[in-house]
Structure formats: C-alpha cells, structure tokens
Design a binder for this molecule. Structure first.
Ligand SMILES: Cc1cc2nc3c(=O)[nH]c(=O)nc-3n(C[C@H](O)[C@H](O)[C@H](O)COP(=O)(O)O)c2cc1C
Length: 245
C-alpha cells in the first residue's frame, strides 16, 4: 500500500499546518488507498544536533544510535515512505524551531542525496507575511535531500488553505505517485544537478575512508553522469531494495 508520511513542526493544538495536512490527507484518500503517518513535536521527540557533525564522516548519528529520542523511528518512516510532506509554521519569517531541528539532524543526508527520487512537498502556514521565504527554505532543503518536489502549499489568514486547494494539492500528489509507480524518471532540478557535480568532484578525490565517499561508491553514484541518471538507477531497483534504503 502507498505510504504517506508528514512531519508537521507545530506544537499548536489548533495548528493550521496540521489542519491543512489533514485536508490533504482527506483529498488524497478520496483518490487512493494510502497509509498515513502524521507526526508532530507533540508526539515525537527529536533532539537538536549536538554540533559534533560526526554523522557526516561516520555515517552514524550517535543521538539516534543511543536511542535518546525518536529520530531513528522518524528517519526510517521518512526513508520508507512513498511521499513525504514537511509542514512548518512561519516564525519570524523562518521555519519553526522544531522544523529547524529536523533539518539540522538530516543535513548530512544532503551530501548523500539520500532521498533521491522520492516525491514530496512542503506545507507552510503564516498569518500574513514571511511565508514565501519559509517556502523557499523548505524547498531548497527538500531538494538537497534529493526529493523531487511538488509545489509548496500555503495557508495564511487572508488565504486559508481550503478543500479546493487540498483537491489541487492531492491531484499533484497522485500524479507524482503514479509517476513513481510507472517507473517514469521525474525531472530533477538545476540546483540538484549542480550540487551533484560539486559533491562528486569533491568526494571522488577522497581515499574512501569516510562515510560520504563510501556511500557514493557503494551506490554507484560516481558512475552516474548526472543526478537524473542516479535517480533513474534508483527507480530501477526492486521494491525490496527500496524498502531497505
Ligand atoms: C513565535 C512566532 C512567530 C511568528 N512569526 C510570524 C511571521 O513572521 N509571519 C507571520 O505571518 N506569522 C507569524 N506567526 C504566526 C504563525 O505563523 C501562524 O499562526 C501559523 O498559522 C502557525 O502555524 P500553526 O497554526 O500550524 O502553528 C508567528 C507565530 C509565532 C508563535
């Protein structure tokens, strides 16, 4: 069954971001049978980065390994899902602190394009201003992980996210899921292609003792001329291998 995961980084019991994601859930569910996991900081603890950055060179995050928070569970859910929604309120023209914590903890995946080819989107809420900046931040972050992003959805006081918007968003999600099912290779972004070339040049020079160049070697990333080609190789893998990623 199709698996949908949303992380909504608001603690507000009346969260508009969460309400909007639930509208999207209803609209998607009218079209396809999907299993939804919707996480918020109220039910999921993700500790901030400890600043050592050791996960970049070792590939292992010790906060996660020590089981000090729920990050292992969240990361597994994100890795395995067919479609990812990241939702954030606008706080001072920026993402919420909880979203920033998740972003910090997943930054090292960006060097690996760990979610290469996974479809996803951002959902951003605000009262009046600063939401476009947040949408931009979320889009850049999701792209850095290798996600193929759909248009960001917004809720604001003057343009509340409603059923009609949810239907439009759901149509885009269903399209992306159909593309995935049919094995069609989606368009990658120019930013992703540039970052792929830059990391490739950098990691190819290393001796392979670090986790990043090992990851690239093991997955044949150095053999891919473009990020698009890499996504193509990932999409050709059998389902069981995808589940293990
Ligand atoms: C600390 C804080 C900062 C905020 N900063 C902004 C802002 O810069 N621009 C804005 O339009 N709304 C701002 N808001 C309002 C929220 O973005 C708005 O209420 C949004 O719906 C919150 O999402 P939520 O309902 O999912 O919690 C702020 C709210 C808080 C609590």
């Amino acid at each position: 069954m199709t698996s949908m995961v949303a992380y909504v980084a608001s603690r507000n019991p009346q969260s508009q971001t969460l309400r909007s994601v639930r509208l999207i859930q209803d609209a998607v569910s009218a079209n396809i049978d999907a299993e939804w996991t919707i996480l918020t900081p109220n039910d999921t603890t993700i500790l901030p980065s400890d600043g050592t950055a050791s996960e970049f060179s070792t590939g292992v995050n010790h906060i996660e390994l020590n089981g000090l928070d729920d990050s292992a569970r969240v990361k597994k859910a994100i890795e395995r899902c067919d479609y990812l929604i990241l939702g954030s309120p606008t706080y001072g023209h920026n993402v919420s602190g909880d979203m920033k914590i998740l972003m910090d903890r997943l930054t090292y995946w960006g060097h690996l394009f760990h979610l290469a080819g996974k479809p996803g989107m951002a959902m951003v809420s605000a009262t009046t201003n600063g939401f476009l900046e947040v949408g931009e931040l979320m889009e850049r972050f999701m792209e850095s992980l290798g996600i193929i992003i759909d248009e960001t959805a917004y809720h604001t006081t003057f343009t509340p996210f409603d059923e009609a918007m949810a239907d439009q968003t759901a149509a885009a999600i269903v399209r992306a899921l159909n593309t995935l099912r049919d094995g069609v290779v989606p368009e990658t972004s120019e930013r992703q292609e540039l970052a792929f070339q830059s990391y490739k040049r950098d990691y190819a020079r290393r001796d392979g003792s670090d986790a990043e160049s090992r990851y690239w070697r093991e997955r044949g990333m150095f053999d891919c001329a473009t990020f698009h080609e890499y996504v193509e190789t990932r999409r050709k893998l059998p389902e069981s291998v995808h589940a293990e990623r």
